[in-house]
Design a protein around this ligand. Structure first.
Ligand SMILES: O=C(O)CCC(=O)C(=O)O
Ligand SMILES: [Fe+2]
Length: 321
């Protein structure tokens, strides 16, 4: 079966490099070329050598697991996401990528560091999650520039569209922690952990544990490729708006998380942590669609439309224990 490409950034030292010189170096240009090839073909790749320390990753996963425990139900309920709300707790009921399918067996929590959703997390969990968040933010700043290099449009090309990251009222970049509960009961036909979808914004960086289940539509469109876990790697993918912005050169690819087939693995929970980089709400993106027609997209309108179609208003209901 086909495999997603792996790009090693260790030579570029992305968390600690000099933006004034790094993008002119020979080795950077060669990695930028591989990045372009991967994202124009698959829309997805693994990043290794990103520089985020292993203990930062494992501590954040530990904290996230604690956060989803029933003892924190009151926080989950207070921040249950409803239509129009960008941050807070989601499960299979209030977030539905494919409403015709059975509900996803997932739980997620969306926040920014400045939001009440983060502020009201238990104090024991916040430091580890904040630490990983900050590393993702730094890496995101590197990648915004690196994408400009890989598309040969200049390092600063994507920066004017991302000046308000961190302010949720002006920019919807967020972290999402995910906990896919162990499954003991009956599974319905077509039930999954996360239904088929594309991501909405500029790009996504995701870390997953060793359980597996993430699948990415292959370039042929006929099968899904398993994004097999590679320890401490980041899975990177292009969002809808970057696809438009890059004139369709970089692909926003359909992906999903399936339930394991074997009973033993079904009884294992799964975790991932995602950081979404999105453009500023006030930005207009001009590009072309698949048919070469010029498209002008308001970021705010696009994000609202995508959020409003996936977030379903459900009646007040007890969150499953
Ligand atoms: O948990 C995963 O591996 C996938 C998560 C994802 O695709 C998303 O949150 O958009
Ligand atoms: Fe996704």
């Amino acid at each position: 079966m086909d495999q997603l490409p792996i790009i090693d950034l260790s030579l570029l030292n992305p968390l600690n490099c000099d933006f004034d010189t790094i993008f002119d170096k020979e080795e950077t240009l060669s990695v930028a070329k591989s990045l372009y090839n991967a994202l124009s073909h698959y829309g997805f790749l693994y990043i290794t050598g990103h520089g985020i320390p292993d203990n930062v990753i494992s501590d954040a996963f530990g904290a996230s697991k604690e956060f989803f425990k029933p003892v924190n139900r009151a926080i989950h309920k207070t921040h249950y996401r409803r239509k129009g709300k960008l941050l807070g707790y989601v499960d299979g009921l209030n977030e539905r990528d494919l409403p015709e399918n059975p509900i996803d067996l997932k739980q997620g929590y969306d926040f920014t560091l400045k939001s009440p959703e983060f502020d009201e997390m238990p104090g024991e969990q916040k430091p580890a999650i904040k630490e990983l968040y900050k590393h993702f933010e730094t890496l995101s700043q590197f990648i915004l520039r690196f994408l400009g290099v890989s598309l040969d449009v200049g390092t600063d090309y994507f920066l004017p569209g991302h000046t308000q990251v961190g302010d949720i009222t002006k920019n919807s970049s967020t972290m999402r922690i995910l906990y896919y509960q162990a499954v003991n009961g009956e599974i319905l036909e077509k039930q999954s952990r996360m239904s088929d979808h594309t991501d909405f914004g500029t790009f996504t960086m995701l870390m997953q544990d060793q359980v597996g289940g993430l699948q990415v539509l292959s370039p042929t469109g006929h099968e899904f490729i398993n994004a097999v876990p590679i320890k401490n790697s980041i899975i990177f993918n292009v969002g809808d708006l970057l696809q438009t912005w890059s004139q369709g050169k970089l692909k926003s690819t359909l992906h999903r998380v399936i339930l394991p087939k074997e009973m033993v693995r079904l009884q294992m929970s799964r975790q991932s942590i995602v950081y979404f980089t999105n453009p500023d709400n006030s930005f207009m993106i001009t590009g072309t669609d698949e048919n070469g027609n010029v498209e002008k997209k308001s970021v705010l309108e696009h994000m609202e439309e995508r959020n409003n179609t996936t977030i379903i208003d459900v009646a007040e209901k007890p969150i499953p224990a």
